[in-house]
Structures are given as structure tokens and as C-alpha cells.
Design a protein around this ligand. Structure first.
Ligand SMILES: CC(=O)N[C@H]1[C@@H](OP(=O)(O)OP(=O)(O)OC[C@H]2O[C@@H](n3ccc(=O)[nH]c3=O)[C@H](O)[C@@H]2O)O[C@H](CO)[C@@H](O)[C@@H]1O[C@H](C)C(=O)N[C@@H](C)C(=O)N[C@H](CCC(=O)O)C(=O)O
Ligand SMILES: Nc1ncnc2c1ncn2[C@@H]1O[C@H](COP(=O)(O)OP(=O)(O)OP(=O)(O)O)[C@@H](O)[C@H]1O
Length: 459
């Protein structure tokens, strides 16, 4: 590729895609974003720095600029070269699907020694954790992170691959040892127009006859199954399949069939959907030849991801904070909790602003059908009016007598916890591990887990 040759000859000090980070000797990738076309910074960069190389889809009449067809593609490939192919020095496993990616990465990290993760909750390096703006970072950041992991002699990296990462070539140049497909349900329809386009993007991650672990019960997953697939699920033909399983407030106990062998697992996680996540992790562990005892131990000690099913207890009442922010995820969590509940379910939730509106009434309807009391509040309203979002949610709710509307999230949680009696379970959905709330004019510190601890005087 011409651009790679030019970049190599240039001998960059570093590479960036944000004009504010350019220095002498840097390569700058001028990306056209949703708000900003970074090409507009190029004249300034050229005037300010002598030794600089700009990669852009626009033609600039300057020998320090390279014109390419796809700047993000070039950026991924160039980053892979610049950092000396880090993904080849690690075993990188990419996990895609609407739900279950983060939880699966945490289960995997618990099974595999010397492993790292990249995803919604940030990235890890040994005992350290770093924040990320995106679930899957831009390719330049991704290769930089993989390089840090390779330099630290980490062996595995389990990385979430979001649909946006696929649409924006964020994984360009990454060599995946294995790919995992969890499931597809409605999400991000603000971005993809329809489910088919969204599914097509997710499925584009997979290639025929390349190693993959796939949920056989998902209709899109089934399209991917070929001779290189480890399939899992309740379907008869699945390679990994539960034989017996039971759920309680203590978690999951199950026996699974793996080819002609049986593995027994216990996990503090709950619900069918987490049994799926466990099976996905099991598929990855089998692919890399981890022995059964190690797998059982890793699964038993994993509490999953932060902000997913985090339980609290006070005087016999329970609260659980969970990141479920799609109607499908809400159904899964609430169905699982209904199977193990001891009293009423009181559900507190809202829906994100500036994102897919069509899921809002569906979320309302699911909350109503699977809870005794519903408290509708705000999630991250972003630039939208909180009450307008709440109105969209209420459209899906028929019995308004069981609904409390409280746009202030703190007050909503307070009301829900205040009405919880012995055996009742307050489910606080949507924000999980997030420690902020994005309002119209500012972002404030807000953490559902902190609020529960504070209001119930825990620790
Ligand atoms: C829609 C989308 O993907 N947006 C991403 C995009 O932002 P943007 O298009 O708004 O960027 P922009 O502000 O227009 O800027 C364009 C370019 O100009 C550059 N710039 C900008 C200003 C300046 O002074 N100088 C400069 O060079 C920026 O660095 C950027 O390269 O590029 C940014 C930099 O990489 C991303 O952080 C940002 O993700 C935002 C935070 C986002 O919300 N993304 C979501 C949709 C997303 O990607 N989500 C998935 C998770 C989905 C899931 O798991 O459910 C994810 O992987 O995170
Ligand atoms: N396998 C699954 N199938 C359906 N729902 C699930 C599954 N696993 C988790 N969920 C639900 O989805 C929510 C998000 O879980 P998780 O963070 O593991 O998924 P994710 O794919 O990483 O999503 P995100 O990228 O939005 O974080 C959980 O809070 C849970 O309610």
C-alpha cells in the first residue's frame, strides 16, 4: 500500500488523529467525524510544523500530504506496522454481539492467567485499569494498547468489538486468533436504520472457515456456523450444551455437555443469559486447550463485569444495579430475577437521549410486564428533554397506577429503596458501572452503586 510505504519512509516519531496532539515529526490522520471534518486543521498543522505527514481523503497541494481512499483503513494498517504487529505477539480474541460482550471478557480473564481485556469498562494491564472513550477504541489507540500488552508479556487479550468499531474500521490491521459471536437484538437503530443493516455489520466481522465460537440458538449466529465453529446453546446440534441447570439467588449451577465429556460449573451470576456467556467463555477456553479444572475454577470465582448484576442487601431487602439498557437486556435481567425473587420487583430505569427512540416504549412495556412497581426516571438524557424521553417510555406502559415518574435519578432510586420491604428486590437498570450522568448542559458525577450504598448506609 502506497500510504504505508510513505509513512515508513517518513520515520514517524508518533502518529495521531487529533490535531491538538500533533508535534514535530508526527503523522496526522485527518478523519471526517460526525461533528468535525479534521481536514480543516490541516493548513494550520502544515504552517506550524516543518516535519509532519498528513494522511487524508482530501487532496492537499503539499508534498507533506498523502491522499488515500480510506483514511481509517490506512490508519489501522499504519498503526499495526508502527507498533510492529502487536496483535501477532498476543492471542487476540474479538467478541461481538449486542449483549454479553463485557461479561464474557471478564469470565475469560478469570479463566486465563496473564490475560487482558479491552471494552466498555476500559482496558487492563496487569493490575491496572485505564478508561476508554469507546467500547472499541480507534485503531491507532487499539494497536497502541495491544503494544503495551505485548511489551508487558501478556499472553491473551479479550477485546469487545462493537458494531461501530466495524463500521468505522477501528479493528483494521488486528490479527484475531479467534472470534466470538454472542447474539443480535435491537440496538443502535439510530445509527443503522434497520436491524438487517445492524446485523450485516456485526456478521461482517466473521470469515468462513476461520476459528469462531458462536451462539447456535441465535438465528443470525446459525448463519455463521461452519467447520471451524465451536457452537454453544440449547440447540441439539450445539457443541457445548447444558444438560441440567438450576438458578437461585446464589447463582447458577449447571452440567454441560462438551462433545462426549461433561463439565460441572457453579457461578455467582444468574439467568439464562449468563449461562450463555459462560458457554461462550467455555468455547474460547476449549479452543485454547485450557483444562476443565482450570475452567471450572475461573468461572466459579468470576463475578462478571462491574455494574452487571451487582447485588446489595439491607434488612432482608435486595437491590441490584445492572447495565441493561436495551429492551432485550432488560427482559433477560428481569426474567432471571423473577425466577429467583422472594418478594416484589421494583424497577427503576430511563432511556438514553440522542439514541434510538424506538426502543423506549418497548423498554416501558417490558418493565411493566416483569415488575410489580415501575419507577421511570432519567438515564443519560444528553441534549434531549428528560420528560420527553419519559413520555416515549410511558407510551409502552398501559397500567399507569403501578408507575412512578421521577426524572431526578437520585430521587427515583431513593423512592424505590424507600418502598422496599423484606424480600423485595429493587432493580436499578441502565447505567451499571457508569460513574457519570450526561445532562443537557453538563456531565455530573453519578454512580447508582454509590447511591444505593449511601442511602442504605452500607460500608
Ligand atoms: C459516532 C462515533 O462513533 N463518534 C466517534 C467519533 O466522534 P465524532 O465523529 O463525533 O468526532 P468529531 O468530533 O466529529 O471529530 C472528528 C475527528 O476530528 C478530530 N478533531 C476534532 C477536534 C479538533 O480540534 N481536532 C481534531 O483533530 C477528532 O479527533 C476526530 O478524529 O470519533 C471519536 C474519536 O475517536 C469517538 O470518540 C466518537 O465516539 C463517540 C464517543 C460515541 O459515542 N461513539 C459511539 C456511537 C460508539 O462508538 N459506541 C460503541 C459502543 C456501542 C456499544 O457497545 O453499545 C463504541 O465502540 O464505543
Ligand atoms: N448473553 C446475553 N444475552 C442477552 N442479554 C445479556 C447477555 N449478557 C448480558 N446481557 C444483558 O446485557 C447487559 C450488558 O451486558 P454486557 O455489558 O456483558 O454486554 P455488552 O455486549 O458488553 O454490552 P455493552 O457494550 O453495551 O456494554 C447486562 O447488563 C445484561 O442485562
Amino acid at each position: 500500500m502506497e500510504c504505508l510505504k510513505r509513512i515508513e519512509e517518513f520515520r514517524p516519531v508518533d502518529m495521531v488523529y487529533d490535531s491538538r496532539e500533533v508535534s514535530e515529526g508526527f503523522v496526522f490522520f485527518a478523519i471526517k467525524g460526525t461533528k468535525v471534518d479534521a481536514n480543516r486543521f490541516v493548513p494550520n498543522i502544515l504552517a506550524k510544523f516543518k516535519r509532519v505527514l498528513v494522511v487524508s481523503e482530501n487532496g492537499f497541494d503539499d508534498e507533506r500530504c498523502i491522499k488515500v481512499d480510506d483514511v481509517r483503513k490506512c490508519m489501522g494498517l499504519a498503526a499495526d506496522h508502527f507498533f510492529n504487529h502487536p496483535s501477532k505477539k498476543l492471542k487476540v480474541v474479538g467478541i461481538t454481539g449486542t449483549n454479553g460482550k463485557t461479561t464474557t471478557t471478564y469470565l475469560l480473564r478469570s479463566i486465563f492467567d496473564n490475560s487482558e481485556i479491552i471494552g466498555t469498562t476500559g482496558w487492563t494491564l496487569k493490575d491496572e485499569r485505564f478508561k476508554l472513550n469507546n467500547t472499541t477504541p480507534e485503531s491507532l489507540d487499539l494497536h497502541r494498547i495491544l503494544n503495551r500488552m505485548a511489551m508487558a508479556n501478556s499472553e491473551y487479550c479479550f477485546t469487545e468489538v462493537s458494531s461501530h468499531a466495524l463500521s468505522f474500521n477501528r479493528i483494521e490491521g488486528v490479527d484475531f486468533a479467534l472470534k466470538v459471536f454472542t447474539n443480535i437484538s435491537q440496538d443502535h437503530l439510530d445509527f443503522y436504520d434497520n436491524l438487517e443493516n445492524y446485523a450485516k455489520t456485526k456478521l461482517s466481522f466473521f470469515e468462513r472457515l476461520k476459528p469462531k465460537v458462536v451462539n447456535a440458538d441465535d438465528s443470525y449466529g446459525r448463519m455463521l456456523i461452519d467447520a471451524a465453529t465451536i457452537s454453544y446453546g440449547f440447540s441439539d446440534f450445539a457443541f457445548i450444551k447444558p444438560i441440567v441447570y438450576e438458578y437461585s439467588l446464589d447463582g447458577i449451577k449447571a452440567k454441560l455437555n462438551v462433545a462426549r465429556r461433561t463439565i460441572s460449573i457453579t457461578s455467582p451470576l444468574i439467568g439464562d443469559y449468563n449461562l450463555y456467556n459462560i458457554m461462550a467463555a467455555l468455547g474460547v477456553a476449549l479452543f485454547f486447550g485450557v483444562d476443565f479444572a482450570r475452567i471450572e475454577e475461573g468461572i466459579a470465582k468470576s463475578k462478571g463485569a462491574p455494574g452487571r448484576l451487582e447485588f446489595f442487601q439491607k434488612d432482608g431487602a435486595y437491590a441490584v444495579v445492572d447495565y441493561a439498557h436495551t429492551d432485550d437486556a432488560m427482559r433477560n435481567v428481569l426474567e432471571a430475577l423473577n425466577k429467583i425473587k422472594k418478594g416484589r420487583i421494583i424497577t427503576v430505569f430511563g432511556a438514553g437521549g440522542d439514541r434510538d427512540r424506538t426502543k423506549r416504549p418497548k423498554m416501558g412495556s417490558i418493565a411493566e410486564s416483569l415488575s410489580d412497581v415501575v419507577v421511570v426516571t432519567s438515564d443519560n438524557p444528553r441534549s434531549e428533554e428528560p420528560l420527553a424521553i419519559i413520555d416515549d417510555i410511558l407510551e409502552g406502559i398501559s397500567d399507569r397506577d403501578r408507575v412512578i415518574v421521577e426524572p431526578d435519578r437520585f430521587e427515583a432510586i431513593k423512592k424505590a429503596l424507600g418502598m422496599a420491604e423484606k424480600g423485595d428486590l429493587v432493580t436499578i437498570l441502565g447505567k451499571g458501572h457508569e460513574d457519570y450522568q450526561i445532562l443537557k448542559d453538563k456531565t455530573i458525577h453519578f454512580d447508582d452503586r454509590e447511591v444505593v450504598r449511601r442511602l442504605w448506609n452500607l460500608d
